[in-house]
Design a protein around this ligand. Structure first.
Ligand code: ADP
Length: 275
């Protein structure tokens, strides 16, 4: 504990990776990357690499799970064995069952499940590389993948975490801050500010909580722009104009060139014969 207190995570207003306290890690997102899924999205967020795939709406198996008046949503969050420093034992554990549940609950409220009675929408979140914030990365990717699958939604869900290190609130914790920090609060919301996920690990005062929520809101807004841009890049790419046919010139330079060549060759033949 003493060691943890002595660690300096913020020096001259900068964090270990040089970020300001309210700065997100670099993010890249691409939609429609898996051709066999109905919708998909890949996100790189700092050291996190996460793939989301959506299947459905499709028939429910086993059938007793089906709901007569709406679709059900299933979500499976999984960390690959090679996603963390020490090989992770494959298969579900308590943490992945929890993250699967909260991710589903974060996404469900925006999907028009009532449009698809007796069917299922399956969401798979695969963490290929983890560096803290994988549940928020997964929710952002899954939300964009649902949109990519053409599933009607009220809005996108965007997520990011806020935490506290060295007594200061920081946006988007990286691994060291997550492990040794004083609080970690993942949040997911729609662009209208409707919160669909709010978890808290550690302690914040009421004032800190309110400020943290404000910071999370700013972060989610930025994530929403990134999701929207990724979808626009996929679906609103400007149509490629037909390649313009070169206009036929009035004079045919090709012909005159050929004529020149013929004349040249003739002259060459003549000079050869001369020799
Ligand atoms: P999140 O990834 O959403 O922040 P946690 O706070 O539970 O979720 O985990 C923080 C980070 O701890 C993960 O992103 C990952 O880098 C690391 N981690 C989680 N589970 C394991 C594990 N079983 N083995 C090694 N590292 C892990």
């Amino acid at each position: 504990m003493r060691m943890e207190e002595e660690r300096a995570f913020i020096v001259d207003g900068r964090r270990l990776d040089g970020r300001a306290v309210d700065e997100l890690r670099p993010i890249k997102m691409e939609v429609g990357v898996l051709h066999r899924a109905d919708g998909s999205c890949y996100i790189e967020w700092g050291g996190n690499k996460v793939m989301a795939a959506v299947y459905g709406p499709r028939e429910v198996h086993p059938r007793h799970l089906q709901e007569s008046n709406r679709a059900i949503m299933r979500c499976r969050y999984n960390m690959a064995s090679f996603s963390v420093e020490e090989r992770r034992r494959p298969g579900p554990d308590r943490r992945s069952i929890e993250v699967s549940k909260v991710s589903r609950e974060a996404l469900e409220p925006v999907v028009f499940l009532g449009y698809y009675p007796r069917s299922v929408i399956d969401v798979f979140i695969e963490v290929l590389q983890a560096d803290a914030g994988t549940r928020t990365a997964g929710i952002n990717a899954a939300s964009a993948a649902l949109a990519d699958a053409g599933i009607p939604m009220r809005n996108l869900v965007s997520a990011c975490s806020v935490g506290k290190v060295d007594g200061e609130l920081v946006l988007d914790l990286m691994k060291e801050e997550d492990n040794y920090g004083q609080a970690d609060m993942p949040v997911a919301m729609t662009p209208r500010g409707e919160i669909t996920l709010l978890q808290m690990d550690g302690h914040l005062t009421r004032e800190e909580f309110e400020r943290a929520l404000e910071m999370a809101m700013q972060g989610c807004r930025r994530l929403y722009e990134i999701q929207r841009d990724a979808l626009i890049r996929r679906y609103a790419a400007p149509e490629q104009p037909e390649p313009e046919k070169p206009e036929k010139p009035e004079e045919e330079p090709q012909e005159s060139f050929e004529q020149d060549m013929e004349e040249f060759e003739e002259s060459e033949e003549v000079s050869e014969n001369d020799e």
